[in-house]
Design a binder for this molecule. Sequence first.
Ligand code: NAD
Length: 456
Amino acid sequence: MKNVNELLERQKRFFYSEKTKTLDFRLQQLDKLKDMIANNEAKIMEALKKDLNKSEFEAFTTEIGFLYMELKEVRKKLRSWMEPEKVTNPITHKGAKSRIYKDPYGVALVIAPWNYPFQLALAPVIGAIAAGNCVILKPSELTPNVSRLLAELVAQYFNEEYFTVVEGAVKETQELLSSRVDYIFFTGSVRVGKIVMEKASKYLTPHTLELGGKSPTIVDHDANLEIAAKRIAWAKFTNAGQTCIAPDYLFVHEKVKEQFIDLLKKSTENLYGNALKNPDYGRIVSDGHYERLKSFLLHSKVLFGGNSEDKELIIEPTFLGDIGWDDPVMQEEIFGPLLPVLTFTSIETVIEQVRNHEKPLALYYFSESKEKQEKILTQLTFGGGCINDALFHIANPYLPFGGVGQSGTGAYHGKASFDTFTHQKSVVHQTTKFDFPFRYPGNKQGMKLIKKLMRP
Ligand code: NAD
């Protein structure tokens, strides 16, 4: 492994050379990143196929294309985002000018997970570069082909003292986390998120935590069931359910349960056919995750699917019935192609049950009732989500993406990525043309005036 302290020292020196801060430099680096991806699409797809059996369609839409969209948006708006922001002055500041300067933090450490191993590594890097930082990227060791490719490509396109990849697992990540970087951007599990926060507390390093959790998907009796079934089947089984914002479990209204499950089966079959034989259906990332998912099958009633292929680490799209909150599958984020089905008869009980658990990263509600949509939106706290769709909120660069509470801290994408990697430095430019005496103590008239100005 690279010597972390030495690397950090070199990156800090480069940062203080002031080169990373100009608009031209940032745009050049963003263009380089775009070229790096565009010139190597085939290699990226190959690595994603090897690590996760990602189809070309999934690899392009959810990894490569996603990054192009982010790059396009950032490139177009960067100049205006970087401008110091003028703000108004209260009357006490007569004669002064107040500005918010957009200050890069310095060296940003980006730690990525394995489920969208290319996109989730580079999407934060776009924000870090746009904001004028140096970057150390640590990809996931569970997708070794993508990790190696990232290390090779970044070394080929960027100077190490500006942007570099450090490969490794727990030991290497902990070493990086123990160093005095200026910002930590972590995407991964709640468990490791807590370790990251603990490490960050040593130097009070600012950080973003993009975590996970159980995202509820609620289908009410007045929903457009056919569309809901298509969208949920797609959202749940894309990447074999290994998506942080995938529907984790389904809450379906008792009245439409049978009908909806039938529609969901049809939609799933239409999308994947015999998934075990479908070359485009994702596989589970590791033996450990595969065994964990299979153990849920032992304890649940299978409504649909349930077959698996040990050698290839494939589990077909599966729905589980007769599920209660005490079942093992409801104790942790599933992160695989298993969909537990719970039922309800009143939306109030759903709200109560969701409130009794950690704040979800995403929530999806399917209903045609504006009133109930509003109720869900105002009465439940969650990172983000959709009404009558699933996953789609993540693909809009104008929507900040992130969790709340145990599902995460902070947000990114589009302008939010720039803001995340930027310190807002508030500065008053004071005039020296005059100096109001009333601001100083011991001035009787001044006190009267100050009271008048400051009182409500
Ligand atoms: P993970 O937390 O196991 O690993 C994430 C990163 O942390 C990896 O780079 C890994 O090397 C490192 N790491 C692992 N153990 C560590 C330790 N003990 N100390 C220091 N570093 C350690 O997560 P994962 O399994 O790669 O990803 C799955 C999780 O990530 C799920 O919970 C999912 O919901 C979440 N996720 C969230 C988002 C989001 O945007 N919010 C996106 C994708 C995944």
